[in-house]
Ligand binder design. Sequence first.
Ligand code: HEM
Length: 462
Amino acid sequence: MDATTADTVFRPAVPRRAGGPLPLLPFLWISWRDPIRMWSERHFTEPQLHGDSALGEIIVVSHPAGVRHVLTENAANYVKGDLQRRVLGPMLAEGLLLTEGDTWRRARRILAPLFTPAKMATLNARMAEVCHARVAAWSLSAHGRVLDIDSEMSGLTFDILSATMFSDELGGEARGFERALNQFLANGARIDPLDVLGAPDWAPRLGRLASARSARFFERRVTRLVEARRRRIEAGDAPPDDLLSALLMARDDNGGPGLSDEEVAANILTFILAGHETTARALGWTLYLLSRQPEYLARLRAEADAFDVFDPKWADGLPWTRAVLEETMRLFPPAPTMARKALAGDEIGGQAIKAGATVIISPWVLQRHTLLWDDPDAFRPERFLPENRKSIDRYAYIPFSAGPRVCIGAAFAMQEAMIALAGILRAAQIEPLTAVEHRPVHQITLRSRDTMRLRLRARRSA
Ligand code: HEM
């Protein structure tokens, strides 16, 4: 292999594209089952598409200038739509992901200090430790072991989140949370036809009834977590410097009350959901793609062997690891679609839109768009090596979004994913189990339709 090309190009399987705009019933069915199947060939070849749908006026924006306009330049005119709140709420409604205006600004101000580069630099060793413990628990041998990669990656990122953001106080609950989260994503967090049609909230949604148990589980665990930490704070113990303390001890600038109980609970759940599920999916897809491309695997393994988490410049030694992760999130963005509602009329890419219009920006579409990417469906990590990355428009690649609502955990996630990947590849050979290709399904995050199994074998040198 030369410096920029693998022997063969791998183009992972994707769902068949829709033939054109869908009539109402198929639209409702696909929205419920797997919204990425809604995209037609035209979405991947035209910069923007505008028209009327079951959601009313809708514009799909897939060109960098339009994305910049909506997410950054005129961000104040765009709010998260009701649909997102209905799909993810009521559990998350008061959390950072879904609130707007002053409530959002205050929570973001309170939480931002937890995600500074200086703060991140204090977390790398702990991240590596947690990863090491999980890899050790696999007890890999030279014969290899078949692992359910999705489940293992969820467990790993949950443990890292618990260790770093909750000072291990979620500890031991990874399996319970995973079960409840899977139930919530598979049943509750779907685009219900009644939500698309704007039915009132009291009308029962089937998915929500089916996920009531997971909602009760989350509620109980969060209450227990908050009560235990409150007792510690009230007893005068020095509380750990983490997310939970920041949420509970926050005070307004004018010394007024901090976050309400609903806001604290919703933010805990928001960070558990947004803070581990997405990174787990990024790692899962990465291991899958690497299992199909041994040339890249060899590059990453060489970097992993030389990796030293205690070196302050550790990230500089992992350019291929970063590039592979970024290319994976281009092809399989963990958060594949973002929706906004226009507060006032506006113009995007020369198209006038009315107040109330829905604006869709989809990393899934944008990052595979034929006008923006050469051979868009091919896995080619070289695109993201430092010398090439400069030519990628900031608004053509947005796995973490952009503008004021950019993912607060982006640096945390990249650091965690790089450290975890290096830790895994230092210890294990990754092999595909069968020639079966994994296809994505959109259930809030971009998951694998079938259980993702890979064989991990202990490396002789490990
Ligand atoms: C690979 C991993 C991740 C990806 C791809 C990702 C992606 C995103 C995206 C696209 C958004 C914007 C959503 C929208 O505007 O509709 C977002 C927001 C958010 N993310 Fe992440 N995320 C990741 C990891 C994390 C982590 C590790 C945390 C926390 C530790 C986190 C916490 C949040 C929060 C709280 C928001 C809402 C921010 C706001 O609106 O102010 N995410 N993320």
